[in-house]
Ligand binder design. Structure first.
Ligand code: G3H
Ligand code: 13P
Ligand code: ZN
Length: 322
């Protein structure tokens, strides 16, 4: 079968993917979070899957629209299909921050097993309408659907959110009932990118999370913008010529507390970007004679792999849960 046929005709089950239903149900029941890890290239994909294989963790591989464009849709689908044959663990392929019905439909049609419709910048009724339409289309194909209520600050798939709008706990039951989505991303103070909390004393709004979890006791909640921005990685980047100032992430203890309160999917992208950059910078500094990309790309891959294993064990609690 030609690659064109694989991309356009294969169902996600035939690619070896699973949807997120069973993953999230188990995570909710056992108090851990399934990692939602973004990737943009081969080395990131390999690092994530090797780390999850070695720690026996399920994983939701996430692709933003920007990542899809960067890699190219055909290459992306072939890369994921190949990687799944190589590393045999439960993997869902998820569209991150789908901006409208069309992109979610396209991803359902090309073999994604899960999509996020992010209409959180729209008024409530419009968000409900778009999210319900995506859920109807996706569910007819067995594809899982995540939606979002409330909005995060920071760069989010080609959009820049300038202000946090916390999720209103009074809206969540109505939203879930009216849309039929499978999981809900909420806004409790996290934000996208490497510049999150203003001071080390800041905390997430656990009071809001508690109200939401009380209102939706058996429903999977999702935390975006959950990178911790490890200080050692920022220091490593700066040591080897980088210039990253004032970056701060979400402390690990707060993420662990959140996953004990029905957050059963935690999204990470920025930390892997930092790890990748630190790996490349250090390898090039230590091997100024090197010009084979495998020298510095494998260093970057190793950095992500180690970080990813650490997260599965100490943040997600997903290690050993396959
Ligand atoms: O939610 C945002 C993700 O980090 C994706 O970022 O649009 O730069 O790929 P990106
Ligand atoms: P970070 O920028 O905190 O890694 O968040 C990633 C994310 O939420 C992807 O959807
Ligand atoms: Zn996000």
């Amino acid at each position: 079968m030609a690659i064109y046929d694989i991309v356009n005709l294969m169902k996600y089950e035939e690619l070896g993917l699973v949807n997120t239903q069973e993953m999230l149900r188990d995570a909710l029941a056992r108090g851990y979070a399934v990692p939602g890890y973004n990737f943009n290239n081969l080395e990131q994909l390999q690092a994530i899957l090797i780390a999850c294989l070695e720690t026996e963790s399920p994983v939701i591989l996430q692709v933003s629209n920007g990542a899809r464009k960067y890699v190219g849709t055909n290459i992306l689908m072939s890369m994921v299909a190949g990687a799944i044959k190589e590393y045999r663990i439960p993997v869902a392929l998820h569209l991150d921050h789908g901006a409208d019905f069309q992109i979610c439909k396209d991803c359902c049609d090309m073999g994604f097993s899960s999509v996020m419709i992010d209409a959180s910048d729209k008024p409530f009724d419009e968000n409900v309408e778009i999210s319900a339409r995506v859920a109807e289309y996706a569910h007819a194909r067995g594809v899982s659907v995540e939606a979002e209520l409330g909005a995060l600050e920071g760069i989010e798939d080609e959009k820049v959110g300038t202000q946090t709008h916390y999720t209103n706990p009074a809206d969540v039951v109505r939203f879930v009932e009216q849309t039929g989505v499978d999981s809900l991303a909420i806004s409790i103070g996290t934000s996208h990118g490497a510049y999150k909390m203003k001071s080390p004393a800041d905390t997430l709004r656990f009071d809001i999370l508690e109200e939401i979890a009380d209102a939706l006791p058996h429903f999977p909640l999702v935390l975006h913008g959950a990178s911790s921005v490890p200080e050692n990685l920022v220091a490593e980047i700066n040591k080897y010529g980088g210039d990253i100032k004032g970056a701060r992430g979400i402390p690990v203890q707060q993420l662990v507390r959140a996953r004990q309160m029905n957050i059963c999917k935690i999204n990470v992208d920025s930390d892997f970007r930092l790890a990748f950059t630190a790996g490349v910078r250090r390898a090039l500094a230590e091997h100024p004679e090197a010009f084979d990309p495998r020298v510095y790309l494998s260093a970057a891959r190793d950095m992500i792999k180690e970080l990813c294993k650490d997260k599965n064990i100490n943040v997600m609690g997903s290690a050993g849960k396959i």
